[in-house]
Design a protein. Structure first.
Length: 184
């Protein structure tokens, strides 16, 4: 086990349902393997339901609610995808404020698949280079982002480092880049 993230606490923000399971579990494992401490944050404390595309998968326990934590409590943030997950998060003002706090504090954020919908709602993508699931590209462009079709994009052209990927197939590159970015 490596220790690049020793002493670092990374928030994983998810809605109570609709999380693409592999986009939660693979980055979580990468953070743990690198010696970091992942923490599951949702809109409320309790069980969250993950999915394998549209099929219900495992449940996970959210230890913290977005309205009880802040970016100051963490060294980085991961936003998994799934279609319903970011759509639910972007309608929750505490979740949106939590996300925006990482940008305001200059802390790194990783986002994959449909996850950028929450970033759009937080108004933090203008002028940023980013990738996503292809159906989100128009929304990102309309919000002022430069959308590119690459497996992983690292954007340092803003107040923080933003790491993005398109889909589950990109997870090996995404996870490796997350650890490198969170390690500083």
């Amino acid at each position: 086990m490596s220790n690049e993230l020793s002493g670092k606490k990374i928030a994983f923000l998810v809605a109570p349902e609709g999380i693409e399971q592999v986009e939660l579990t693979k980055p979580w494992e990468a953070v743990e393997k690198a010696g970091g401490t992942p923490e599951l944050v949702s809109t409320e404390v309790g069980k969250v339901q993950a999915f394998n595309h549209l099929t219900p998968a495992d449940t996970f326990e959210a230890d913290k609610a977005a309205d009880t934590v802040s970016a100051a409590d963490y060294d980085g943030l991961v936003l998994p995808g799934g279609v319903a997950n970011p759509d639910l998060l972007r309608t929750n003002s505490s979740a949106v404020d939590f996300v925006k706090g990482f940008f305001d504090a200059g802390k790194p954020v990783g986002v994959i698949c449909h996850g950028p919908w929450t970033l759009i709602e937080a108004d933090v993508v203008e002028g940023r280079q980013i990738t996503s699931w292809p159906s989100v590209q128009t929304d990102l462009r309309n919000a002022g982002a430069e959308w590119v079709d690459q497996e992983v994009v690292v954007c340092t052209g803003g107040p923080n480092t933003l790491v993005s990927s398109r889909k589950p197939d990109d997870l090996p590159a995404f996870c490796g880049q997350l650890v490198e970015t969170f390690a500083g």
